[in-house]
Design a binder for this molecule. Structure first.
Ligand code: BTN
Length: 236
């Protein structure tokens, strides 16, 4: 099955495409299309979202026309999809981009993109939502995001070319087998050897295991592997 997906993954993302001047959330629109039977690769983009969703119940803000806001319907998605998506976005951002497990993409320590995969595994589809700050100016963001958000620093005219590069990078990342994907991901691991905290616990990040989990060395000795959720980077 993986072989079939790898062979079939080439150049199928982005068609058909629905572009909206404004919507609530591209993930909502893509989800409705997926439920109605939209094919693998169906793309929804918007210039503006009124109810953009982030991970952990947060909202996602972006000034109209300055960020890529997109969702893709993926049928039979791989288990490591969130990591593959992060790798693709980091590739578009450049060689210096890093990934904060599981899928925040950072440039100079600032988050330039967020990824939200939502799906119905039992129905064989996932909606992959990506917000990429292509051309936004930090001062146009809400004050609470200005210390942590980043941008590629491009112009609105660069949105479509960046989308093309992102779709191509995503196709390449989805075509990798798990070991190759994880090797490339590890090269961009922003947490490696850093102090992290999560859900009331702390430890030192010690890499990514063969299943895409974050390995953490615990202060009391021993290690644990985190499956999902959110870790926070402690100040060094
Ligand atoms: C995160 O919290 O880091 C994930 C943010 C994901 C935002 C994108 S923007 C396009 C798509 N539509 C949404 O409502 N959310 C995702």
């Amino acid at each position: 099955m993986d072989e079939v997906r790898r062979a079939g993954a080439v150049a199928r993302l982005g068609r058909p495409r629905l572009h909206l001047r404004a919507t609530t959330s591209t993930n909502d629109r893509a989800r409705a299309l997926a439920q109605a039977g939209a094919p693998h690769g169906t793309l929804v983009t918007a210039a503006e979202q009124s109810a953009g969703r982030g991970r952990q119940g947060r909202t996602w803000s972006a000034p109209p026309g300055h960020a890529l806001l997109l969702s893709i319907v993926l049928r039979d998605p791989p288990t490591l999809l969130p990591l593959a998506a992060a790798l693709a976005v980091a590739g578009v951002a450049g060689s210096h981009a890093q990934i904060k497990w599981p899928n925040d993409v950072l440039v100079d320590g600032r988050k330039i993109a967020g990824i939200l995969a939502e799906g119905r595994p039992q129905d064989g589809w996932v909606v992959l939502g990506i917000g990429l700050n292509v051309a936004l100016r930090i001062q146009d963001l809400p004050p609470e995001l200005r210390d942590t958000a980043g941008t590629l620093g491009l112009t609105p005219a660069d949105l479509e070319p960046t989308l093309d590069r992102l779709l191509a990078a995503l196709e390449r990342a989805l075509a990798l087998d798990a070991p190759a994907l994880l090797d490339a991901y590890r090269d961009r691991d922003a947490l490696r050897d850093r102090e992290v905290s999560w859900a009331g616990s702390r430890g030192r990040a010690a890499g990514i295991d063969g299943e895409g989990r974050l390995i953490v060395e615990l202060p009391e000795g021993g290690r644990t592997a985190l499956n999902a959720g959110e870790v926070h980077l402690e100040r060094s």
